[in-house]
Design a protein around this ligand. Structure first.
Ligand SMILES: C[S@@+](CC[C@H](N)C(=O)[O-])C[C@H]1O[C@@H](n2cnc3c(N)ncnc32)[C@H](O)[C@@H]1O
Length: 339
């Protein structure tokens, strides 16, 4: 079996413009099976399940990182977004440099793409911090015959990684997030890398937005559809544009980044008929390749408060994104008195 052709065949469904859940689910299972076979190791072990904690968040255990593939829409949209960015860049440049920060054990998001482009045209830098994931990745790369591709593998922390000034990447990929940008290191990774590149570098995802939202009252969990979520106010935005506007002096206190504090006021008219306050996550992977509210585990609405039906006055929500060992959007909610 020509394994490279097999990867192209199995993963071709990700590139189909027409979204067919059934076909996508079959392709995803086949892709996973192939990766597990190439890996040839059981990663459902204690060491594989251990997340690793740092002072700016967690890196997922190898087993969990591999499991991300199962999030169908996430995986599809990222692969399509990366491919679109490459197509755009490659039209204008002779060669490309792609940095993939947090590959997991399989470099899941880039493997469907690597064999579709000439190895002379694209060079890759892969960063992975989890030692077990890194070790498995080395084996996978070798078994896939990728040794003669221009791939630099580095067991490095992407939140501290120093980009070579003379070899800046054209595209930077990282999917190191959970819904509401909690727990993992997406923000720290992007901040570090955004500070070192030129404006022309494409970041995948291009933008992650957090908003305060509301969920309609009287709808059971099974009945809930996207239309039952209402976006109220954007409160945090992780994108190159937003980060370039951070004032590096004002926003740093003792070396720590301080993000803007936001206050959202919802008067009675706005929350009447709604029963929950939410943090909503939306991802623009690249241009029109997006992941909408509740389309993936990464965009599941996070419930932050039940809203009693008898409130009179305004709800005030103070929010601020904080980088710490448990990065998250911190919030303080003040409810008005009941009628
Ligand atoms: C959510 S998993 C995604 C895996 C794979 N890229 C995918 O999308 O299927 C994130 C990966 O990033 C790695 N990671 C997290 N923080 C990192 C950091 N600071 N530097 C390098 N890798 C990191 C984790 O160990 C994990 O393997």
């Amino acid at each position: 079996m020509d394994i490279q052709k097999e990867i192209i065949r199995i993963t071709s469904e990700y590139f189909e413009d027409n979204l067919d859940y059934h076909k996508l689910s079959i392709a995803s299972k086949e892709y996973k099976l192939l990766l597990n076979k190439i890996c040839g190791r059981n990663i459902d072990i204690e060491k594989g399940r251990d997340d690793i904690g740092f002072d700016n968040g967690w890196a997922l255990g190898t087993f969990w990182a591999a499991l991300c593939l199962d999030d169908l829409i996430r995986t599809r949209q990222f692969i399509r977004g990366i491919n679109k960015a490459i197509q755009e860049k490659i039209k204008k440049q002779k060669s490309l440099h792609i940095l993939y920060a947090g590959t997991g054990p399989f470099a899941t998001l880039i493997l469907p793409i690597i064999f579709r482009y000439s190895k002379q045209k694209i060079k890759y830098t892969f960063l992975e911090i989890n030692p077990l994931s890194f070790e498995i990745l080395q084996g996978v790369i070798s078994k896939l015959g990728l040794k003669d591709y221009n791939i630099k593998l580095e067991r490095e922390d992407a939140t501290k990684y120093q980009i070579d000034f003379n070899d800046k990447p054209d595209i930077i990929i990282s999917e190191t997030m959970q819904n509401a940008l909690a727990k993992e290191q997406q923000v720290s990774i992007f901040l570090n890398l955004m500070n070192q590149v030129n404006e022309g570098t494409i970041f995948i995802p291009e933008k992650i937005e957090l908003s305060i939202g509301l969920k309609k009252a009287g709808i059971s969990e099974e009945e809930t559809q996207i239309k039952h979520y209402q976006k109220e106010e954007k409160i945090f935005d992780l994108s190159k544009e937003a980060m370039f506007h951070l004032n590096p002096i004002e926003s740093k206190l003792n070396g720590e980044i301080l993000f803007d504090k936001r206050q959202t006021t919802l008067d009675e008219k706005r929350f009447r008929g709604f029963s929950q306050l939410l943090i909503l996550t939306e991802i623009q992977v690249y241009k029109d390749e997006k992941i909408g509210i509740n389309k993936s585990g990464l965009t599941t609405p996070k419930i932050i408060k039940d809203i009693p039906s008898d409130l009179k006055g305004s709800i005030i929500i103070n929010t601020q994104y904080k980088i710490s060992a448990q990065p998250e959007l911190e919030y303080i909610i003040t409810l008005p008195n009941p009628r």
